[in-house]
Design a protein around this ligand. Sequence first.
Ligand code: UP5
Ligand code: MG
Length: 229
Amino acid sequence: MAAPEPTSGTSPLVQPDLPLPSANTSPRYDPQKVTVVYILGGPGSGKGTQSEYLVRDYGFVHLSAGDLLRAEQDNENSQYGQLIKDYIKDGLIVPMEITVNLLSNAIEDKLGSDGTGKFLVDGFPRKLDQALFFEQSVCVSKCTLFLDCPEDVMRERLLNRGKTSGRSDDNEESIIKRFRTFVETSMPVVDLFEKEGRVITVSAVGSVGEVYEGVVGGLASKGIAPTNK
Ligand code: UP5
Ligand code: MG
């Protein structure tokens, strides 16, 4: 489908002083001042869980693309609410302009007064067009943490969470669709960054603490050390 064009209105997507990023310009943020680390992995691999520890120990600002989309979906003033709802339930990737704009606005909001910031971008980019568009128009990322997890482990975690999460996509039918989208659409992003030598792959099997040990070790191998310990 054609990506909807943001128009004027009360949606937080639309900020008059912050135009939609254009792929024709250089990135809005200088990677010397703004650090972007992506955390990717299949649905239920533990991106959100590991992000909490990374925020605590490394001083990252956590930006979950899924959380931003769910907030936008629940915003009654948004013109994209129903569209986002449908895409998430079907495990499909929301048109990139919406997600990139939400992320770009969130980065702008959280920048320090000196224009610097350290962002952990969770669950994005999950489609090649998003990856290229974000890197060209917003900021070139430093690296990607990839949580490698078998589907049976992810399925069990998601169904377990689904008992209480209230998420419209934590059910057997949506989970199957999310897994398919992940393999067909999102893995090519990881493969692209991998070819560029910019991926840290960590096993996401085991306890939360065991996975985090792998995450810390992986970041250390790229020269990224904890700041808050
Ligand atoms: N848990 C975590 N780690 C564990 C461990 N080591 N041992 C045992 N249990 C563990 O964890 C999931 C569950 O597992 C939790 O109950 C946790 O306690 C437990 P969590 O940390 O939440 O995993 P996470 O990988 O974050 O899972 P999530 O469900 O959030 O992943 P998704 O990638 O599916 O969800 P997201 O919110 O990123 O995206 C949702 C949808 O939004 C997408 O399907 C898509 O439709 C849309 N979207 C876009 O369109 N574009 C985008 O760019 C991003 C999203
Ligand atoms: Mg998550």
